[in-house]
Design a binder for this molecule. Structure first.
Ligand code: NAD
Length: 252
């Protein structure tokens, strides 16, 4: 390992218990770079197990990002324990492969709530602290689906939620820039994780790969590298941006 980019920093990553997921890979890379990491996810045991994988001192906690009070309690507990939160990665997300007319109210609520409302709640829970510290980095997981109108796996409600994440990112970045809080979004393309595992047919996979100039699916580590850039001082003048990690599948 070369220079540690996050030495002494404290990072919170939501939805990071999933073993092959983007959040877990990001947590691992952040820990490798010297950060102390809190993994938040729905199941406490899985969150603790994922944190233990990173080494000692990391924390795993149950947190449903759609539960405003629960989110605030968890963030407050971490600030009390660590004295600070430097980095928040809003990574928790769900998707559903539905066509436009198949989206029932419950589908809309589920997908918008986790992806968009969860990003709002977790951000609101750390902003007063980051503003007071005059320091903070927030990284939001959007998707290429937001930019190109789906077409990979998630339905239109997922595209809308992830496009909402971009709007929230940019408006939050504008409002928080005077307080030295930077807010950016990552738009991953097709990344091999459990979010689509077992749900893509061979034909769907071949069609997706056909549309990727780099000719391969992304890896969770490809996304983690971008998150590290946005969470570290390497990106010190970057805020309100959407960074593509898509192998060229959307060049714009
Ligand atoms: P994943 O399914 O492996 O992990 C998602 C995690 O979020 C799971 O651990 C799950 O338990 C957790 N989660 C779900 N609802 C939650 C809630 N209410 N509160 C807290 N945690 C919750 O998925 P992934 O592929 O690692 O995706 C991570 C993020 O990246 C998601 O926001 C996803 O939409 C986004 N994304 C993924 C891809 C891809 O191709 N994999 C592409 C673009 C964007």
């Amino acid at each position: 390992m070369g220079t540690a980019l996050l030495e002494g920093k404290f990072a919170v990553i939501t939805g990071a218990a999933s073993k092959r997921g983007l959040g877990k890979a990001t947590a691992k890379l952040f820990a490798d770079h010297g950060a102390t990491v809190a993994i938040l996810d729905l199941d406490e045991a899985q969150a603790k197990e994922a944190a233990a994988d990173l080494g000692p001192n990391h924390v795993g906690m149950a947190c449903n990002v759609t539960d405003l009070d629960g989110v605030q309690k968890v963030m407050d507990a971490l600030i009390a324990k660590w004295g600070r939160i430097d980095i928040l990665v809003n990574n928790a997300g769900i998707t559903q492969p539905l066509k436009f007319m198949e989206i029932a109210p419950a589908n809309y609520d589920a997908v918008l709530d986790v992806n968009l409302r969860g990003t709002l709640y977790c951000t609101q829970a750390v902003i007063p602290h980051m503003k007071a510290n005059k320091a903070g980095k927030i990284v939001n997981m959007s998707s290429v689906s937001a930019q190109r109108g789906g077409g990979i796996f998630g339905g239109p409600h997922y595209s809308a939620a992830k496009a909402g994440v971009l709007g929230l990112t940019k408006a939050c970045a504008r409002e928080m820039a005077p307080f030295n809080v930077r807010v950016n979004a990552i738009c991953p393309g097709f990344i091999a994780t459990d979010i689509t595992a077992g749900k893509l047919t061979d034909e769907m996979r071949a069609a997706v790969l056909d549309g990727i100039p780099m000719g391969r699916a992304g890896t969770a580590e490809d996304v983690a590298g971008c998150a590290l850039f946005l969470a570290s001082d390497l990106s010190s003048y970057v805020t309100g941006s959407e960074v593509d990690v898509n192998g060229g599948s959307l060049i714009h």
